[in-house]
Ligand binder design. Structure first.
Ligand code: KIV
Length: 281
């Protein structure tokens, strides 16, 4: 009897699929109570490393505005800025689902604008899903995308595109606003979102949202109870100068790169690089 690969449940992290991770795999992981990691990626080489490590979902975040383009918020980055990064991450990976973040100003105006932007990310860059920020105010956008066949990852809490409304990067959902966030999360689920990022919210609120939803929650600064956790790769690798409290540094890449580039420079100035080993004869 032949068995279809797509119908077999598989561990999200590190599981062998022989194909891309899909929204069905993600839904099945929630049913199994399995936790999974997501990281950002912005280029083909890092995407390949994360993909081969078994990371099931790669987010081409609008955090590219800061970590790739050097802006001090996510607001300035455009669809045209993110499109080639998304295409590179898709080319660099073979198993991960690649989620494209819709940048500020590319979906808020109307469901039609959201659809046009998301279709570009799917058709031109090859993204498998999109992410957008906001609660009930973006429900028409979520519904339009889902009914067009586009998987939507929602994003609540500290949504960085609204930093000017929040008056800074602050924890969201404390007190009564926690009830609003819960209502937003339920409405996003009902509108068809396949997952929701919870950024910088109290851990107990994230836990309540996680148990109330049948779609997975993906935490960043949301405590230990969410179904998945996401970090910006430059934060987790130790490239970011002043990371947020929720960041755990798993490596000191900045220090390693500094050491390496200084060794290179010293050897060049001393005339000890290249040696015959690195020369053609
Ligand atoms: O843009 C981004 O990197 C994000 C994650 C922090 C969730 O939205």
């Amino acid at each position: 009897m032949s068995s279809s690969v797509t119908s077999r449940p598989t561990a999200l992290y590190g599981g062998q699929t022989g194909r891309r991770v899909t929204v069905r795999d993600i839904a099945a992981a929630k049913e199994r109570g399995e936790r999974w990691p997501m990281v950002t990626a912005y280029d083909a080489m890092t995407a390949r490393i994360f993909d081969e490590a078994g990371i099931p979902v790669l987010l081409v975040g609008d955090s590219a505005a800061m970590v790739v383009y050097g802006y001090d918020s996510t607001l300035p980055v455009s669809v045209d800025d993110l499109m080639p990064l998304t295409a590179a991450v898709v080319r660099g990976s073979s198993r991960a689902m690649v989620v494209a973040d819709l940048p500020f100003g590319s979906y808020q105006a109307s469901p039609r604008q959201a659809l046009e932007t998301a279709v570009r990310f799917m058709k031109e860059a090859g993204a498998h899903a999109v992410k957008l920020e906001g609660g009930r105010r973006v429900l028409p956008q979520v519904e339009a995308l889902v009914s067009a066949g586009i998987p939507v990852m929602a994003h609540l809490g500290l949504t960085p595109q609204s930093v000017n409304v929040f008056g800074g990067y602050r924890v969201q959902g404390r007190g009564q606003s926690g009830d609003e966030l819960m209502a937003d999360a339920k409405d996003l689920e009902a509108a068809g979102a396949f997952s929701v990022v919870l950024e910088c919210v109290p851990a107990d609120l994230a836990q309540r949202v996680t148990t109330s939803l049948s779609i997975p929650t993906i935490g960043i600064g949301a405590g230990p109870s969410t179904d998945a956790q996401v970090l910006v790769w430059q934060d987790l690798m130790g490239l970011t100068e002043r990371p947020a409290k929720f960041v755990k540094k798993y490596f000191n890449l900045a220090e390693e790169m500094d050491r390496a580039v200084r060794s290179f420079a010293d050897e060049v100035t001393a005339g000890s690089f290249p040696t015959p080993e690195h020369s053609y004869h």
